[in-house]
Design a protein around this ligand. Structure first.
Ligand SMILES: Nc1ncnc2c1ncn2[C@@H]1O[C@H](COP(=O)(O)OP(=O)(O)OP(=O)(O)O)[C@@H](O)[C@H]1O
Ligand SMILES: [Mg+2]
Length: 243
């Protein structure tokens, strides 16, 4: 996909959370965003997802400018698969119903068509036996797999992941990272915020280092990891790689 951001700013109260962010990535397939807590990664992802309106600046995806009126935003959100840290499944619906709902309500599927599609996608993620369970009856890893299944089911233009493993133990983390790696290998475009540096390095093609609302470094992932240029990124790697 192509992603271009021009002079994006976003302020919450007095705090400039996105501070004049510009980037032009003519061809990116797996973009990873790293950086310290509070630096603006989630806000950046939410803006690209059409969940947050910037104060100024523009977002272009595949050459198309994102309009920030409600109707355009809704259409945009429905074209992207998003998976967040907290699993955001509907607690009162089963795994199957969680996948069916957006297919019926946002994608215009009839009930049987949605049911068939949802069953097939749950099967793909080895979740058939859990289809009738509610989120509280599933492990964190299973819930996150349902969230990923739901994100994929709408045939999104691309996928956004915001620290999808941060609430998971190491084994479930690997399970979810494996799935993300598989999706990338299938040729799906994805944007991922993660603090798993090893995974970022192997899975991504391009990396943004975001701190204090700015893109401090941007480049091919190998270059960024092998030769961080800025003091901030060196310092960040020093801290996150210590253990
Ligand atoms: N809705 C909001 N209202 C007010 N402040 C907000 C809001 N959302 C985010 N912020 C602030 O914006 C800053 C950036 O937040 P953001 O969640 O984008 O950071 P992040 O890089 O994703 O951090 P983390 O790694 O901890 O998830 C933080 O200081 C946060 O407190
Ligand atoms: Mg965040």
């Amino acid at each position: 996909m192509q992603l271009r951001l021009t002079n994006l700013t976003k302020t919450f109260g007095q705090h400039r959370v996105l501070d004049d962010i510009s980037i032009d990535l003519p061809e990116v397939h797996a973009l990873v965003v790293i950086g310290p807590s509070g630096g603006g990664k989630t806000t950046l992802l939410r803006t690209i997802a059409g969940l947050e309106r910037p104060d100024s600046g523009e977002v272009f995806i595949n050459g198309e400018m994102l309009h920030f009126d409600e109707v355009s935003l809704l259409r945009h959100r429905r074209s992207i698969g998003t998976v967040f840290q907290s699993f955001n499944l509907f607690p009162h619906l089963t795994a199957l119903e969680n996948v069916i709902l957006p297919l019926e309500q946002a994608q215009g599927y009839g009930h049987y068509q949605a049911l068939e599609a949802a069953q097939a996608i749950l099967k793909r993620f080895q979740l058939e036996e859990h289809a009738d369970k509610k989120p509280a009856q599933l492990s964190g890893g299973q819930q996150q797999r349902v969230a990923i299944a739901r994100a994929i089911s709408i045939k999104p233009r691309f996928l956004l992941f915001d620290e999808p493993t941060s609430a998971l133990d190491p084994e479930m983390t690997s399970e979810v990272l494996d799935i993300i790696g598989e999706l990338r290998d299938e040729g799906r475009d994805l944007l991922l915020v993660t603090h798993h540096m090893g995974f970022a390095r192997t899975a991504a093609d391009h990396c943004l280092f975001v701190a204090e609302g700015r893109i401090v470094e941007s480049g091919p992932v190998e270059r960024l990891f092998a030769e961080p240029l800025s003091r901030e990124l060196n310092h960040f790697f020093g801290r996150v790689m210590r253990y």
